[in-house]
Write a protein that binds this ligand. Structure first.
Ligand SMILES: *[C@@H]1O[C@H](CO)[C@@H](O)[C@H](O)[C@H]1NC(C)=O
Length: 168
């Protein structure tokens, strides 16, 4: 059984797939007895669409699919990203795997927590991402989420802090 944890996004899925990094070692055909520890790094930062990573986009549409280029609707605007991707990075693991995510908050003025929606988090309640309840919000530093997956499906992670909750 496969667990897919990803941020919900509607644009640029195809572009992201084209230029996605080489598959993570945990992205595999799941087999009984093969459980792994899967490490991820999330760099959270203020970024912008139509950045210099987009080169000559939209005039050369190939450039619009370059890594770290978020074209959006073609209008330059600020946004907050994880690993300069929209949608954010996916986590593809097998049920029973341990997921370890180091979240670095590089934003200058906002705190952050990440909620891994749909995971039961039994015995891992301190990684549920609820600010001021299960953890201090991440401010100017990092936090390591560390939990074992116990249910399968296509789930999604999202921000659970301040105004960023709206960035589902
Ligand atoms: C468009 O950009 C790609 C690289 O992103 C480049 O290989 C190609 O030559 C460009 N096309 C034109 C017409 O400039």
């Amino acid at each position: 059984m496969k667990i897919v944890v990803s941020v919900i996004g509607v644009v640029l899925v195809a572009a992201l797939t084209l230029f996605a990094d080489a598959a993570h070692e945990c992205e595999r055909t799941c087999e009984a007895g093969d459980t792994r520890t899967c490490y991820y790094t999330f760099n959270l930062q203020e970024y912008h669409t139509m950045s210099r990573a987009c080169f000559n986009c939209p005039f050369n549409t190939t450039d619009c699919s370059r890594p770290e280029c978020i074209a959006g609707d073609g209008v330059a605007r600020p946004l907050i990203t994880i690993n300069r991707q929209l949608p954010g990075p996916s986590i593809n693991v097998c049920e029973g795997d341990r997921v370890v995510v180091d979240v670095y908050n590089w934003m200058l003025s906002d705190t952050e927590t990440i909620h891994f929606h749909g995971h039961h988090m039994k015995d891992f309640q301190y990684y549920d991402g609820v600010p001021f309840v299960t953890q201090c919000p991440i401010l100017g530093g990092s936090f390591r989420y560390n939990f074992v997956t116990t249910n399968s499906g296509t789930l999604w992670w999202h921000s659970h802090s301040g105004m960023l909750i709206t960035n589902h």
